[in-house]
Design a binder for this molecule. Structure first.
Ligand SMILES: Cc1cc2nc3c(=O)[nH]c(=O)nc-3n(C[C@H](O)[C@H](O)[C@H](O)COP(=O)(O)OP(=O)(O)OC[C@H]3O[C@@H](n4cnc5c(N)ncnc54)[C@H](O)[C@@H]3O)c2cc1C
Ligand code: FES
Length: 261
């Protein structure tokens, strides 16, 4: 984990309500593993000191990119950022997705910014399987062509039926899963917490592995304040686990869901 003053290289509309922010971050960039995030200080927020967490979409010679949707005070305040501006970042943070188990078939499941969070993992996985992506409309499903170009069999679902199967991700996943030997599957999931829980429930019921990237409010981002804790199962009960440092990625069997959906 490093702190760096990064220079904005690009800040533009990406798709639908999403924007892309690309930063020159030569200190943080080379350290990134798939599934990690940046904690970004928004200069326009002035004396409001809380940073905002964003999954790392891409990291390489071209810089470090995030895809974000303006949804509140912080992300709205990011809109005027322009090439040449400076942004203070801490990262890469979080544990990242683990290596895939040999002999398993990888499956991606994502919604919203989850597609961006899974891109580096999708690129690095040695086998390309099926990717189930959900959104309200076609505009909400990010980077489909990029995942296809990597070799993924992309199966979109939209609430309004404007792309792929009409409904939720599970409406495409469940019929597909019936024809598989579920135990062979290993899922990498990022999206809204109800989607994570739905996939986690299936993993437990059908005996496959599912790595779920949890979305929790974060304050410090580095494990110090305990804002982001969840209950994690242990051999003899449960313990607090910090999403920012012990997560955000947990295997489905670790998570006690009652308080975080
Ligand atoms: C690991 C992770 C990765 C993410 N990746 C992305 C991404 O790639 N793209 C994207 O668009 N969004 C992403 N998000 C969500 C993004 O951080 C939020 O959209 C953003 O925080 C909203 O900020 P805001 O100021 O616009 O909204 P606001 O609603 O104004 O503020 C929300 C912020 O306040 C803080 N906050 C709210 N309630 C509390 C509380 N009770 N205690 C402490 N702090 C609180 C949170 O830290 C949050 O950052 C991610 C979130 C997490 C946890
Ligand atoms: S946000 Fe402070 S401990 Fe996780």
């Amino acid at each position: 984990m490093k702190q760096e003053t990064a220079t904005v290289l690009e800040h533009d509309n990406f798709q639908g309500d999403y924007r892309i922010l690309r930063l020159a971050a030569p200190t943080v960039g080379p350290l990134v593993v798939p599934g990690q995030f940046l904690h970004l200080q928004i200069p326009q927020l002035g004396d409001r000191i809380l940073r905002r967490p964003f999954s790392i979409y891409k990291a390489g010679a071209e810089g470090v990119s995030i895809l974000y949707k303006p949804v509140g005070r912080g992300t709205e305040a990011m809109k005027p950022l322009k090439a040449g501006d400076s942004v203070d970042i801490i990262g890469p943070l979080g544990n990242g997705y683990p290596q895939m188990t040999e002999g398993k078939i990888p499956v991606l499941v994502a919604g919203g910014y989850g597609n961006a969070a899974l891109y580096l993992k999708a690129r690095d996985l040695p086998i390309k399987g099926v990717a189930f992506f959900g959104g309200r409309t076609a505009q909400d499903i990010l980077c489909i062509e990029e995942f296809k170009a990597l070799g993924w069999d992309v199966r979109p679902t939209t609430n309004d039926g404007s792309l792929g199967v009409e409904g939720l991700v599970i409406d495409a996943f469940d019929p597909w899963m019936k024809d598989q030997n579920a135990r062979d599957l290993e899922l990498f999931v990022c999206g809204p917490n109800p989607m994570l829980k739905a996939m986690g429930d299936r993993a437990i019921e059908h005996d496959f592995t599912a790595w779920l990237s949890l979305d929790k409010n974060m304050a410090c981002g580095v494990g110090a304040c305990l804002t982001c804790v969840i209950k994690r199962k242990t051999a003899d009960g449960w313990e607090w686990a910090r999403c920012c440092k012990d997560g955000p990625i947990f295997e489905s069997r670790e998570i006690i869901w009652e308080e975080q959906v």
